[in-house]
Design a protein around this ligand. Structure first.
Ligand code: 13P
Ligand code: SF4
Length: 312
């Protein structure tokens, strides 16, 4: 690792390196604001996968978490895919180890496995179709009604989708540490204080929180909702990073992050927030850390991702 000269402007250096490498910087909405501002494209998991598939750049710098960069590598084996911090994981992906998922599948051989993109390449390779929070409902609705479904790894998203689609799916019991942190009690207190506020929530939230939501959607859908809706105040039940784009696109409105039960900042994803401008600069400078993948695994993981892209 290189030491960073205190005199340099990280922003200027990153832009210079971007040209030199013919790189594209893709960022998820949960990244810190400075990273979002320097990115070429910001999006939800589905949009980022589509962008990763269509980019003409030689290098993909992925400002997100490991499973996102891994998906970009699966779609682009010939490209260099960089992730500022290889330790940027995901509690949902961690909750679903491939050997356990394999036995789950073996116990239910007649089921089709629809798996949320927040999982490892090994789990993708064992799945039939990948989905994200923005296309899951559409994908489930295309499965013949007589075909039983295993939905993994997020039990909250799964429960929400059972309600939306009326399909009785078997759920893996994983959860996101960030989206399970919100306090129903504190959200109700906020609603009493701001009675005109709308509650908007990501479907990874627990049912007790979703029950109060005026609108539920993926990060991109939540952003679009506040842009088009007429309310002036929102209680936002997802990771705080999304509020940066909400403030940029509708600055006249008030966005209140839904609070956790304790005074921690548990509504900041510790994995997403491992990436910093310094690490972004260093990974471009060093062309490291990079994603590598065994080709047979990549080919197996590619199939259910391609199915998702075709079906959404
Ligand atoms: P989306 O951006 O696809 O809504 O996903 C949220 C998330 O938790 C990503 O890790
Ligand atoms: Fe994973 Fe939750 Fe962080 Fe998203 S917010 S990357 S689901 S831990």
């Amino acid at each position: 690792m290189l030491n960073i000269d205190a005199e340099i402007s990280l922003e200027e250096e990153i832009l210079k390196l971007k040209k030199e490498l013919n790189a594209v910087i893709l960022a998820h909405y949960y990244q810190e604001s400075e990273i979002q501002d320097i990115a070429d494209f910001i999006g939800d998991s589905l949009e980022l996968s589509r962008k990763a598939k269509s980019t003409q750049a030689d290098v993909i710098v992925f400002a997100g978490v490991h499973f996102m960069a891994e998906t970009a590598k699966i779609l682009n084996p010939e490209k260099l895919v960089l992730l500022p911090d290889l330790q940027a994981g995901c509690s949902l992906a961690d909750s679903c180890p491939a050997p356990l998922f394999k036995s789950f599948r073996e116990k239910h051989p007649d089921h089709i496995a629809i798996t949320y993109i927040n999982c490892s390449a090994e789990v993708k390779a064992l799945s039939d179709i990948i989905c994200t929070s923005s296309n899951a409902e559409k994908i489930i609705n295309q499965i013949p009604p007589e075909k039983p479904i295993l939905f993994s790894p997020d039990r909250n998203l799964g429960r929400y989708l059972i309600k939306k689609t009326g399909r009785d799916m078997l759920l893996w019991q994983g959860a996101c540490i960030v989206h399970e942190t919100f306090s129903e009690r504190k959200i109700i207190q906020l609603k009493v204080k701001y009675p005109e506020a709308k509650i908007i929530a990501h479907p990874e939230c627990e049912e007790v929180v979703l029950r109060h939501a005026d609108y539920i959607g993926s990060t991109s859908k939540l952003l679009k909702y506040v842009q088009e809706d007429s309310a002036k105040t929102y209680i936002v039940a997802t990771e705080t990073g999304i509020i940066h784009q909400m403030q940029k696109s509708a600055p006249e409105k008030l966005y209140i992050p839904a609070p956790p039960e304790t005074s921690c900042s548990c509504n900041d994803c510790p994995h997403m927030k491992r990436n910093t401008m310094e690490k972004l600069y260093l990974c471009m400078k060093n062309k490291y850390p990079k994603l590598t993948m065994d080709e047979p695994l990549r080919l197996r993981a590619l199939k259910p991702i391609e199915r998702m892209l075709e079906m959404s």
